[in-house]
Design a binder for this molecule. Structure first.
Ligand code: NAD
Length: 351
């Protein structure tokens, strides 16, 4: 049974992917600083499996620490070898992800996202582990006139967060050029992951003020406070921005497919868009959330925000073809599962 190191594994996408990894039969070693998450997400994963009469508690190890600390990362690789469960591959989620914050704290973003990733990749090389799935983002494309973004669309991030993602992509591209090393690298460019596991036990629990639209919609519905929709004068059907929302479990399953694919290869570097290929406006999302959950989402229209992009939708053909992966969950399910998570855990993972 392969052992996968999951950095940032207690976070939103990381925890759902940990669930999917265990379900697929992998063992997992989670590394997280808990800067934006709670270890309780991992306890909840074990609880979901317990409800299915499966005890996976000895298949999940957790190490609290920071990817900026190379000794710490190395100690995890060494311990895994001592326990005769060497790390076979890495899924790398750990990092900071708030676009607006990255404009205010660019050095912190380069430190966590780029220096941290450099450390991780160096430790992987030192410990002879050459298989990695990296969390990149559609933000690497910046402003594009393409109606559907394809992987070879020119990359031109317009904020420090996007620049750090592109820097790590470039680092991995360079690492792969070494002909003496058989790296297997999947760079996944996520679009807009939302929703939650359908048990209601696992979901998005940002410790900082949420920046993404979906947790903001949930909070607006729950607290009955108006959210801000930035701009209704974009060239779209209803004037609001269009995004490609993907259910977090479809995204998680994409990681499993990517990892399984890499393990069949000798040497590989792939860049894949992970989205549904369907665009929904902000008002579409709000209306769907209201209809599905029979709840009101109060909102007000404000002027456009600096740095926003009108439309970001994936051409996902490459991921579908190479990984034999298909996102199957609808916008309806994303809204239903996200709201169920909120109702069952109004304070997130805080007891
Ligand atoms: N959520 C999105 O909309 C989205 C979109 C595109 C890409 N991504 C990328 O996916 C990854 C996961 O995103 P998420 O939404 O699950 O975010 P998240 O904040 O929930 O998860 C990130 C995890 O990394 C941990 N972390 C942060 N800095 C760390 C460090 N220096 N050392 C160790 N752990 C650290 C945090 O505690 C957290 O648990 C991130 O790299 C993010 O940039 C997210």
């Amino acid at each position: 049974m392969k052992n996968i190191l999951v950095t940032g594994g207690s976070g939103f996408i990381g925890s759902h992917t940990c669930y999917a990894l265990l379900a697929e039969g992998y063992e997992i070693t989670v590394l997280d600083s808990l800067a934006n998450s709670s270890k309780r997400s991992l306890d909840q994963i074990i609880k979901i499996f317990k409800s299915q009469d499966l005890d996976f508690s000895n298949k999940l190890r957790f190490f609290e620490g920071d990817i900026r600390n190379k000794d710490f990362i190395n100690s995890i690789f060494k311990k895994a070898v001592e326990e005769k469960k060497p790390i076979d591959g890495v899924i790398h989620f750990a990092g900071l992800k708030a676009v607006a914050e990255s404009v205010l704290k660019p050095l912190s973003y380069w430190d966590n996202n780029v220096f941290g990733s450099y450390n991780l990749i160096s430790c992987m090389k030192e410990n002879n582990c050459k298989t990695i799935v990296f969390s990149s983002s559609a933000t690497v494309y910046g402003i594009s006139s393409e109606s559907l973004l394809i992987e070879n669309t020119p990359l031109n991030p317009i904020n420090p967060y996007g620049s750090t993602k592109l820097a790590v992509e470039n680092l991995l591209n360079d690492v792969n050029q070494d002909v003496n090393e058989n790296w297997k690298i999947a760079i996944l460019r996520y679009f807009n992951p939302i929703g939650a596991h359908n048990s209601g036990l696992l979901g998005e629990n940002p410790l900082q003020k949420p920046n993404n639209i979906f947790p903001i919609i949930i909070n607006a519905a729950y607290k009955k406070e108006k959210l801000k929709v930035f701009g209704n004068d974009w060239p779209t059907n209803d004037g609001t921005c269009i995004r490609d929302y993907i259910h977090v479990m479809d995204l998680a399953e994409g990681h499993i497919k990517a990892l399984n694919h890499l393990f069949t290869q000798k040497k590989q570097l792939i860049h894949l868009n992970i989205g549904t290929g369907l665009g929904h406006s902000v008002l579409d999302l709000i209306k769907t959330f209201e209809t599905v959950n029979e709840v009101k989402v109060p909102f007000q229209i404000c002027s456009r925000r600096d740095g926003d992009v009108c439309k970001l939708v994936a051409n996902n053909s490459k991921a579908k073809e190479i990984l034999n992966w298909n996102p199957i969950r609808s916008l309806h399910e994303m809204c239903k599962d996200g709201w169920q998570w909120k109702l069952m855990n109004p304070k997130g993972y805080i007891l």
